[in-house]
Design a protein around this ligand. Structure first.
Ligand code: AMP
Length: 177
């Protein structure tokens, strides 16, 4: 399935002003997911930017699961979920990180990665970079090496990429507002 020729992936991202709170311009990926051609084009474009010899795709809850799992399926690489606290059933390793107001926690199964594993992190959107930076640390604390971070959307004006150090970052769509 392919997108109708006149449409681009950007046409499938919907702006929802003031969601979930005043001043946030939420990028809603629902129209992209709902269109088989757009979703599959998105996944195959992301796959072009997957480095070789990857041991695991790490997806961040929850929208990172959608794109990360689709990419894992397409490339034949295994998928590892990063979850909010209390969701993973086996022994976990956790990281606490700063939000604009307060802190949050992410968890990974301790046995999900082995020392030296090469990892690609996938999420739907890079905003301030706090979530992805915490995920990089989580992977590194288990001995993994993050070789790339892939996003569908990057909000350039928030400068999140700077929080990710030297890790190569690729985003399909860039926004200035
Ligand atoms: P950050 O840690 O600030 O880079 O935020 C990234 C995470 O928050 C991603 O998992 C996104 O799904 C979500 N997020 C942040 N800002 C937005 C936005 N404007 N629209 C949709 N999702 C967002």
């Amino acid at each position: 399935m392919t997108i109708q020729p006149a449409l681009q992936l950007r046409d499938f991202i919907r702006n929802i002003p003031d969601f979930p709170k005043q001043g946030i311009n939420f990028k809603d990926i629902s129209p992209l997911l709902a269109d088989g051609g757009a979703f599959s084009e998105c996944t195959s474009e992301l796959s072009i930017h997957m480095p070789d010899d990857i041991d695991a795709i790490v997806g961040i809850e929850s929208r990172g699961f959608l794109f990360g799992a689709a990419l894992a399926q397409l490339t034949g690489v295994g998928f590892v979920p990063i979850r909010k606290p209390g969701k993973l059933p086996a022994a976990t390793h956790a990281i606490e990180y700063e939000l604009e107001y307060g802190t949050d926690i992410l968890e990974i199964h301790r046995d999900a990665l082995s020392r030296g594993h090469k990892v690609v992190i996938v999420d739907d959107l890079l905003a301030t970079g706090g979530t992805a930076a915490a995920t990089i640390k989580l992977v590194e604390q288990l001995g993994g090496e993050v070789v790339a971070c892939l996003f569908v959307i990057e909000l350039d004006f928030l400068g999140g990429k700077e929080k990710l150090g030297n890790t190569p970052v690729f985003s399909l769509l860039h926004y200035d507002d």
